[in-house]
Design a protein around this ligand. Sequence first.
Ligand code: F6R
Length: 627
Amino acid sequence: MSRDIVPERPPVYHLKEVARVCGIMGYVGPREAAPIIMDGLRRLEYRGYDSAGVAVANGSINVRKAEGKIVRLAELLDEEPLKGTVGIGHTRWATHGVPSDLNAHPHTDPTGEFVVVHNGIIENFQTLREELEAGGAVLTSQTDTEILAHLIAEEYEGDLATAVRNAVERAEGAYALVVMTKREPRKIVAVRKISPLVIGLGEGETYLASDIPALLHQTREFIIIEDDELVTLTEEGAVVETIGGEPVDRQAIHVAWDAEQAEKGGFEHFMLKEIHEQPTVITETLGGRLGEDGTTWLEDVEFDDEFAQGLETVWITACGTAYHAGLVGREVFQRVLRLPTMVEYAHEMRYADPMVKPGDLTIAISQSGETADTLAAARLAVERGSRMLALTNVVGSTLSRYADDVLYTRAGPEISVASTKAYLAMLIGQYLLALRLGVARGSIDRQRAADLALGLARLPAQVESILEDESSIANAARAIVDADDIYFIGRGLDYAVAMEGSLKLKEISYLHSEAMPAGELKHGTLALITEDVPVVVVVTQRSTYDKTISAVQEVKARGGKIIAVAYDSDTEIDKFADLVLRIPETDDLLAPVNAAVPLQLLAYHVAKLRDHDIDQPRNLAKSVTVE
Ligand code: F6R
């Protein structure tokens, strides 16, 4: 189904929480606002962004914004300073529209009297845009945020809070939205739905930010704004109400963390923080894209049904963790589309003279969108006439610019070198693509599509429940921390997950580890299995369960220690495994999402026991831009 039938679209699964992506700052008080806002934005830099901007109210609203790093914005402010003691600022990680000066926040309405910054995604962006344009509005950027500035200006009848209330009533999705107007110049109004927002309280001055670290050096007294609340800031403090206008009596909290702890959201490492963000990330990747009946709306995926119907071969190309995501994709596409699907390491594909032909679809997967090998393989596929779809986390990345179609994973900036949340988002992206193509081709019936949609929508809560049981995974880590070698096995989708589990362990624990299909063990590697060699088996796939258990028995017979990743409902596995890491039951096709999570945590806890630099493992870089 294409976007042409949007009016008939069934209900979408709504976002529950949004990854903490963009940075927001606000200030009202006696001091100059711009330096305070810039300082806060710099403290949010670690989260990643691609443009930044500031607006200050001083008789009129004045805005400075620039694509690129904050230093560019600082240069702009040096050339043309902003004077005034009320202001808002933003660092943007692009979601709608590429990174550019024009798309950077803040955004104003056409009169320039209302200015907004926004974190989150407006799901009915397209409909609102069309409504505004039908009424004669001229939108200058590609963002969903500019629309909010127009709506607020339209709704304004003398009270900013009321205008914001009425405007957000028309918007669906997730937002932390911060607004100023020249008409009420000593005031900032902000509203939160899902995306985070905190208020900092000073002496005769009040701050606002998307996260505590931005403000920790200014104050330690905070008010946390909850979902569906509206807050009005003046220098006297903050008045919190529900979005419906009921007063809220919210006590301030005292925050004792240091700035480094705060950046990691209280987690010891970015990797652990990012693992814990995964329920949010899945929700975000699915947000606004999936209907209850399995219909998908994938903005920037532009091929039509005819292309999907004529497709003969799918190619997936990537490196490292992204390649492992592709291994899952291969199984999923083959089963859902009944089409040959090749998955190739990008550095191999580019030299292998692959039989890519016109009319094929090549999916290039890359978190960064800048991996040199992946770019080269994607180019080769395009040269051979294939359509190329980029599945990437970075809006405006080289890969996305080069692609015919793009599906952004929306995982938010990933700081830990070892990839976790980006991998899970890549899996979700491929399920969405499989539904998109499968429904168009008629290779999946509507009931099955609806079942998969429901299964996908349940994943955030299921991953959350795995994260709640971290202690049993930490126990398993103790059981393998002293091993010299470790093997990961599984069949089909379980093998794909085993590959990723093994890589995670290698990267951060420096343990020698290998993954292989469970059936391959007896063809050689079994010679290495002794009682000192742990074997991690992923065993979720019902169709091959007994076969995998045979491999497990081969290991047991040699005294090997078995750690299994298995469904909660699997009682059989207790007979064979020394330790079982439990995951909630899903449709087998979706099991990789849940099964990957205990393996990420296993790697994390082994590395922690070994006292390694988890976020910056030796010899590795986050983005591999050399060939
Ligand atoms: C492993 C890891 C790497 C990357 C690989 C590709 O944790 O992060 O294996 O997956 O270098 O990077 P991207 O996805 O940016 O193309």
